[in-house]
Structures are given as C-alpha cells and as structure tokens.
Design a protein around this ligand. Structure first.
Ligand SMILES: Cc1cc2nc3c(=O)[nH]c(=O)nc-3n(C[C@H](O)[C@H](O)[C@H](O)COP(=O)(O)OP(=O)(O)OC[C@H]3O[C@@H](n4cnc5c(N)ncnc54)[C@H](O)[C@@H]3O)c2cc1C
Length: 460
C-alpha cells in the first residue's frame, strides 16, 4: 500500500467527535471531514451557530450576534473556499459603508472624532473640545510639549492616555470606544495587542497625539464585510459541506461526559426531547472516538475536560451579554453607530445596521449591545432613551460572553491553556474562550487545533 493510501485508510478509520456547533465546532468538524475522517458533531441546542445568530426583525433578516469579519481574513477565505453559490446560497459579501461613530452628550448625540481607540490626533478639533471642554483640550495638547524621554512603555491604555493627554480625554473619548468595541474599560485594554503600532509610533513622534496622527495617515485598515442575508448563511454552508462529506450533525444533543480508555474516548451525549413530533426519542447515547474536539463555550467545556486536563483557572468569571435588535422610525442616521458615555445605561454600543450595511433599505434597523442579561422591555426602553426615538419590533437575545484578546492578562492565560503538555493525545479544545472572541480568531484557532490533532493521530 502506498503512503497516500495508508493515510486515506487511517483517516477513514479515525472517528472524531466534535462537541459544540458554534463556528469553532463547525469549522473543526469540516476540517476533519474534509480529509475523510468520520465526524459526529453534537450541539446541545436545537440550532447551530452559537453566537452567530440571524433573526427576523420586522420581516428583515439581521444578525443579533456576530455580524462582520475582515476582508481577506480567515472568515473571508473560508466563505470563498466553501463556495456558497455552488451550495445554492447567496454568496454576496457586503462591505461596511459607514465607519463614523457618535457618542452621547448633554446636547444629544455628537460625533466622535477620528482616532485610534478613541485617542484623537488633534485635541483642538471641534468634536474633541465639545466633549472635553477647553481645559481638557489644553491638557491634551500638553502631550505635545512633554519630553519624549518621560514616555516609557505603558501597556495599560487608560494609564497611557491619562499620563499623556489627561483624564478627560481618557474618560469621555477613549472609555466609550473601548467599552463599545471591546466591552472593556481603558485600563483593562492591553495597548500592545489592541494597537501594536501605537507605542513604537509614540517613541518616533514623541507624543501620543502625534503617534495617532501618524497611524491615521498610514491607515490601511482592511474593510469589514458582512453576508447579505445574515451570517447564518455561513453556518448553513458549513452544515451542508459537513453533511456532503458524510459527517453527522446531531442538534439537541448535549455532551455530558468524556472518558478515556486507552487510545479511545467515549463521549456520552444526552438528547433532549425534540420540538418536532418526528424528533428522535430523548435519552443518552454513547459515541466512541479517537479524536475529540471540545468546541463548547467555557462554561460547558471546563466540566467536560475536568477529569482529562488540568486547566489553569478561568481568566474571567462567566458573563452574559444581551442584544436588542429593532426597527426605529427615524430619518436620522448614526453612521456605524453610537458608543454611549459610561454609566448612562447598560448599553455599550448601538450599531446602525442600515447605515453600516445597507440592511433594510428604507426601514432603519439598529442593534444595541448591553452588558448582562436584560429583560426585553428594559433593553428596548434603554435603546429608546439613548437614541431619543421610538423603537418597535424589538428582538432580544442573550449570549455567553467570551474574553477579548485585547484584555490585559488574557494572552498569558491563553498561552498556558495551550500548553501542549496539558493535553492528552487525540483531545483538543477550541473556541472563543481560548482564542479570544471574534470570528476570525475562532476560525483560525479551530483550523490550527484540528491540524495539530490530525497530525498527531494520522502521522504518529
Ligand atoms: C452579540 C455578539 C456580537 C458579536 N459580533 C461579532 C462580530 O461582528 N464579528 C466577529 O468577528 N465576532 C463577533 N462576535 C464574536 C463571535 O460571534 C464569537 O467569538 C464566536 O461566534 C464564538 O464561536 P464559538 O464556536 O467559540 O462559540 P459559540 O458560538 O458560543 O458556540 C458554542 C456552542 O457550543 C454549544 N454547547 C455548549 N455546551 C454544549 C454541550 N455540552 N454539548 C454540545 N454543545 C454544547 C452551544 O450551544 C453553542 O452552540 C460577537 C459575539 C456576540 C455575542
């Protein structure tokens, strides 16, 4: 037998169980099915996609969960490789149309100046003075006069901005941006990860605002994209490709335990009572596998892994976030959206999906992200208050929140979680709690973890 036919046979006799049908699990299952490994994917809920969730609001399909990905990034490449059109799915990628953001002020919504993580290039711009007053603007300007040698390297964003440009700029311009885009206060953001070019530019320019001006001048940020009929199109494409390749997908089936016996793992799944009359009977089912990929969220993954891997403590306590997606009857446009000032509401950000992605056309659709679990009535009331317009047809969904790569300390914990010595042969885990939240990170991580597991079992 040739080496290649040996490999084909080995792949066909290496059963895989993937636990979790979010994007991480679907990509892991697809990567294994692609090389001929028999794959079974277990998803606890009745639907695939996890934090990718398209809902219908006032008859329009919009994303309540993840909406965008970077042009030419891991998701974009995956979309191209899956061949959506070939599967009969709309493969139209839509580029972001509006980038400007607004914030709240006593005079209503006002534009946020262009900047890096909210830091302005020029403290005397009208939009800056409006938010921080003349005192705050002059304090920001002192940054230009400070000797470069006092700079040093400060990786806490909040401390860096306060030191160089003052607390008003940090609180009124930077904090809404970090909270809105990363769910973090400025001091929890690691500058070296969130804006890796900022400290080197600061050393070159001698001032923080100068560094921001340099970066804005050189800006060649990759455009953000979305899928015309919602990100669940990607979920549907992965589901179809996995099935075409012979993979089995069981929704409504939660993994309850993983036990190792020699080179084999036994995964016990429990089927919940199905919603449909013809659904399979509820009960436990056992699956045998040479490879197990745990792609559930952290909350569910840790208990499954407890007996098999000694994991470092959780990076942050489990938390949830809520989104409210609704129609607004307003002529106003909010560009990419609104990052409210701190402590005004639970709302961290509002996306103007119509201005940003041309969703809805003549109907305006917005989506707010709130920290914690918030009731539908409360979420709608808060959205209405911040925008100052009536909202209707609100759809409220809550999600498990995962840490951001940009959060201080996360990189070190993630590296410890990835220590290869922790993981027995054939067992791996992937997902936002390990890679940091974000579709591109999750897809890349799932591809890397599967590649490592495949090599381990097929080439050893
Ligand atoms: C509101 C919101 C907006 C976002 N916006 C963006 C965005 O615009 N762009 C971007 O790049 N990223 C965005 N993200 C982040 C991105 O959506 C996530 O990082 C990513 O989808 C996480 O995928 P995952 O597979 O790791 O986890 P999840 O999507 O959480 O999937 C885990 C799955 O495991 C299942 N599961 C749990 N326990 C078990 C069990 N015992 N057995 C079987 N299955 C189990 C769960 O039901 C779930 O389906 C957003 C996230 C949220 C919440």
């Amino acid at each position: 037998m040739s080496d290649v036919s040996d490999l084909v046979a080995a792949a066909q006799h290496t059963p895989v169980v993937v636990i979790g049908g979010g994007i991480g699990g679907l990509v892991a299952a697809y990567e294994c099915a692609k090389v001929g490994m028999p794959v079974t994917l277990l998803e606890a809920s009745e639907r695939l996609g996890g934090s990718v969730r398209t809902v219908e609001v006032g008859g329009i399909r919009v994303d309540a969960g993840a909406v965008s990905f970077a042009a030419d990034g891991a998701v974009d490449k995956l979309v191209a490789a899956l061949g959506l059109a070939e599967l009969g799915l709309d493969d139209q990628r839509v580029a972001q149309q509006a980038r400007s953001r607004f914030t709240t002020s006593p005079r209503g919504l006002v534009p946020l100046p262009d900047g890096v993580l909210g830091i302005p290039a020029n403290p005397f711009l009208t939009d800056v003075v409006r938010m921080v007053g003349w005192g705050g603007a002059w304090r920001g300007y002192l940054d230009r006069l400070r000797p470069p040698l006092t700079i040093g390297h400060e990786n806490r964003l909040g401390a860096l901005v306060c030191k160089r440009m003052g607390a008003k700029i940090e609180q009124r311009l930077v904090a809404p941006v970090t909270r809105g885009s990363l769910g973090l206060g400025p001091d929890d953001v690691d500058v070296s990860i969130a804006a890796p070019d900022l400290n080197p530019a600061l050393t070159r320019q001698g001032s923080l605002s100068g560094a921001v001006a340099e970066l804005l001048g050189a800006a060649s940020a990759r455009p953000r994209l979305t899928l015309a009929h919602g990100m669940e199109t990607l979920v549907a494409a992965l589901e179809r490709r996995i099935s075409e390749l012979g993979g089995r997908i069981l929704t409504g089936t939660a993994a309850e335990s993983i036990v190792r016996a020699g080179d084999t793992y036994r995964v016990t799944g429990r089927r919940a009572a199905g919603e449909q009359d013809d659904a399979e009977a509820p009960g436990a089912e056992e699956f045998s596998a040479a490879v197990v990929v745990v792609a559930a969220d952290e909350h569910a993954a840790r208990p499954l892994l407890r007996e098999l891997v000694t994991l470092p403590a959780a990076f942050s306590p489990a938390s949830r976030l809520t989104t409210v997606t609704a129609i607004v009857d307003a002529d106003s446009t909010w560009g990419a959206g609104v990052y409210p000032q701190l402590a005004e509401s639970d709302i961290a950000s509002i996306d103007d999906l119509t201005a940003q992605w041309r969703i809805g056309d003549s109907t305006r659709v917005v989506r707010a992200r709130l920290s914690g679990v918030v009731s539908a009535a409360d979420a709608s009331a808060q959205l209405q208050r911040v925008l100052g317009v009536a909202v209707r047809d609100a759809v409220v969904v809550d999600f498990e929140a995962a840490p951001h790569r940009e959060q201080r300390g996360f990189a070190a914990v993630a590296a410890r979680l990835r220590d290869p010595n922790l993981w027995p042969a054939g067992l791996g885990a992937t997902g936002a709690w390990l890679s940091g939240t974000g579709l591109d990170s999750v897809v890349t991580d799932a591809q890397n973890v599967t590649e490592r597991l495949r090599r381990g079992v097929l080439f050893s």
